[in-house]
Write a protein that binds this ligand. Structure first.
Ligand SMILES: Cc1cc2nc3c(=O)[nH]c(=O)nc-3n(C[C@H](O)[C@H](O)[C@H](O)COP(=O)(O)O)c2cc1C
Length: 171
C-alpha cells in the first residue's frame, strides 16, 4: 500500500466549533464534505481525543466555518495544534456566539453553517458526525482554502489527530 496515494484526495479547510455547559471549543478540520442537499447534511470526521469531540458529543451541535486562502498559518495552527483542554484558543480571536452559545468564526471565512448532529458513525480513532444544516450563511466570495493550498502555499503540516496523518510522512 502506497501511503502517498492518500495525499491525492482533495479537501477544503474548516474550523469546527461547539459549546456545552458554558464551555466553548473548536478545532481545525479538513475532513468536511456535504452528504445530501435535502435535508442539507454535512459530515465531519473528528478524533476521539479532541476536546471538540467531547463538545460535539454532548451538545449535538456544531458550527462549521469554511476558511479562505487569506487565513494565516498561525490562525490555522492555533486551532489545529493546540487543545482547548488546556489552552484558550479564542483569546485574541474575533468571534460572535450564536443562539446556542457556540462561537461563530467569520474572520478568514467565506461561509459558515449552523448545524445539529443527527447521526454518528464510530470509525475507531475518529467519529464521523453527520450534521444537519439549520442555517447557512454566505459571507463573501473569496476563494476557499484547499488542503493542498495549506500544504503547498502555507507550508502547513498535518498533526497526529488529523484523519489524514501518516506516521513519518508529511502529506
Ligand atoms: C490542517 C489540519 C487539518 C486537521 N484536520 C482534522 C480533522 O479533519 N479531524 C480531526 O479530528 N482533527 C483534525 N486536525 C487536528 C485538530 O485540529 C487538533 O487535534 C486540535 O488540536 C484539536 O483541538 P481540540 O482538542 O481543542 O478539539 C487537523 C489539524 C490541522 C492543522
Amino acid at each position: 500500500m502506497n501511503a502517498s496515494a492518500f495525499a491525492k484526495i482533495p479537501y477544503g479547510m474548516f474550523i469546527i466549533t461547539s459549546a456545552f455547559d458554558g464551555k466553548i471549543g473548536g478545532q481545525t478540520a479538513n475532513t468536511v464534505f456535504q452528504i445530501t442537499s435535502n435535508p442539507a447534511t454535512i459530515a465531519v470526521s473528528i478524533s476521539k481525543q479532541n476536546n471538540t469531540h467531547l463538545l460535539l458529543d454532548k451538545s449535538r451541535k456544531a458550527v462549521i466555518s469554511c476558511l479562505t486562502e487569506e487565513a494565516p498559518f498561525e490562525f490555522i495552527a492555533k486551532f489545529g495544534f493546540r487543545s482547548s483542554k488546556n489552552f484558550d484558543k479564542f483569546s485574541g480571536i474575533n468571534f460572535t456566539k450564536n443562539a446556542d452559545g457556540i462561537p461563530v468564526i467569520e474572520t478568514y471565512a467565506n461561509a459558515y453553517f449552523e448545524t445539529e448532529i443527527i447521526s454518528t458513525m464510530d470509525a475507531d480513532t475518529h467519529t464521523l458526525f453527520l450534521c444537519k444544516t439549520v442555517n447557512a450563511v454566505l459571507l463573501n466570495d473569496k476563494p476557499t482554502m484547499t488542503y493542498d493550498y495549506y500544504h503547498k502555499v502555507k507550508k502547513g503540516l498535518t498533526p497526529k489527530n488529523a484523519p489524514t496523518y501518516i506516521e513519518k510522512q508529511r502529506i
